[in-house]
Design a protein around this ligand. Sequence first.
Ligand SMILES: [Zn+2]
Length: 234
Amino acid sequence: MVRAFGSGPWPNPVVRVQSGSDREDRIQGPNSAKLKFAKVLCANCNNARSQSFDLAYDAFTEHIHQNSKAIVEVGVVQFSRIYGKGWRDERRKLTRYLVKNICCRLAEDGVQIPQPVIQFMDGSVRYLQNLILEMNINMAKYEMGVHLRDAHGIGEGSLWMGDHGIIYDSQNSPLGTYSHLGFDWFNVDYQMLFGHRRGRANFFSGDTVKLERFWPQGFSTGDAVRACRDCNPS
Ligand SMILES: [Zn+2]
């Protein structure tokens, strides 16, 4: 997704952007709010001791799914409302869940995972390096979800991943990767920068996360209905 690539500080010079694994953008199915990314994880990561990450993620998706309208309208999500007093620890587990999925994309495309990221995953390092993460709201997906529910009675939601881009320098060494992942309208843009760099995320600073609402390039309100195949048989 161009948006993720354009929104951060890539090291220079960027010579080549190669498109890596191209996931089906939408993974749909009954109960998919409950679906785990684990279903599409590599065996390595699936076997990692990560059940607590999965549980933190489950609680998060459940909350987002149940409070969808309010969260989108206000553009805010609050960790303590999901996790209670232990929200800092749970947020770290949720982050590890997301990072686990990001690492799987690297593994899938044969790109080496930076050591500090592995250390963050196994708990030996507390702070996340190399990664820039941003949670936000994809308004086109929100509108489509509302339409599918209200007009067609389909409320199962969906889970998806973006194309995986890999950035190379003039020596043909990878500088980083980028993509996005999410469910329903909830989106996480990410960039993995291999050069040593302190990571950051728009959900690290406190209990309350401000979620930017965005329309993907070329989309605007009303497109969901216009694009719906059931409402517009060709
Ligand atoms: Zn329709």
